[in-house]
Every structure is written in structure tokens, then in C-alpha cells.
Ligand binder design. Structure first.
Ligand SMILES: [Zn+2]
Ligand SMILES: [Zn+2]
Length: 135
């Protein structure tokens, strides 16, 4: 398990929580934000990749104000980028943006964004079910 990162927002040490026995999220006690290393969100959500739509990466031109806490740990300064977290093609209309590190592929979620991610995942599950019925 990689060592815990510092909260990119509050710059304080983050806490570990374990929503799944095999998974360890870095959670900030103060701002309730969550750091996920590359692959962790996919593992949690049972998806092939962390982002439901890999194409959403194309639009990652918007730099976030935050720096990647994982890269910071190894002395590198990488800005996080705001990536639309959506499973459809209308990235410009996406309601949810997550902070993504292009270098280590980690994801930072603000307190309210974790719920948003869960909503997108729920929507995807419903869609998958409907697709099965339609077959
Ligand atoms: Zn924090
Ligand atoms: Zn990084």
C-alpha cells in the first residue's frame, strides 16, 4: 500500500478509511475530500478504468488550482486537471468534474464530488441493466 498523501487543499495529513477490505482511500478529516491513486476508483467501481469515458481525458485542458499530492511526495510538482466525470459524450455539459493527475493518474474528489461519482456510477449500472433487457 502506498503511504498516505497530504490533503492537496488543507495540506494536512489525510486519514485512511477502508470502504472495502482490499481498498484504502486517503480521506481528509478536515475538508472530507478523498484521494484515489490511479486504478483505485476503477477497482472500487468495478470498471475497467478510473474514468467512465476515456475520451473525457481529451478535454483536460482546464488546470485546477491544486497540485497532485502523490507526485508532491516524490518531490515533483504536477498540477491537477479538471476532467469531466461522465459516461456520455456531452463533456461540455458535464455536471461533475474531478481533479486528475496526468502524471500518476491519481484522482482528487472534493467532499461533494464523491456523491456525484456514485450518482454517475448508479446511472451507468441502470443503463447496463436496460441494455441487457434490450438484447
Ligand atoms: Zn483537506
Ligand atoms: Zn500525480
Amino acid at each position: 500500500m502506498p503511504s498516505p498523501v497530504k490533503c492537496p487543499k488543507c495540506k494536512c495529513e489525510t486519514l485512511h478509511t477502508q470502504p472495502e477490505p482490499t481498498l484504502q482511500f486517503d480521506r481528509c478529516e478536515k475538508c472530507k475530500g478523498t484521494w484515489l491513486d490511479g486504478g483505485e476508483l476503477a477497482q472500487f467501481a468495478n470498471l475497467k478504468s478510473d474514468l467512465p469515458n476515456a475520451e473525457s481525458l481529451v478535454s483536460y485542458e482546464k488546470k485546477s488550482k491544486l497540485n497532485c499530492p502523490r507526485c508532491e511526495q516524490s518531490g515533483k510538482s504536477h498540477a491537477l486537471y479538471e476532467i469531466p466525470y461522465t459516461d456520455d459524450q456531452s463533456f461540455s455539459q458535464a455536471e461533475l468534474f474531478v481533479d486528475y493527475c496526468k502524471s500518476c493518474h491519481g484522482i482528487w474528489l472534493d467532499a461533494k464530488e464523491l456523491g456525484g461519482v456514485q450518482d454517475v456510477l448508479k446511472k451507468m449500472r441502470i443503463k447496463q441493466k436496460l441494455q441487457k433487457i434490450n438484447k
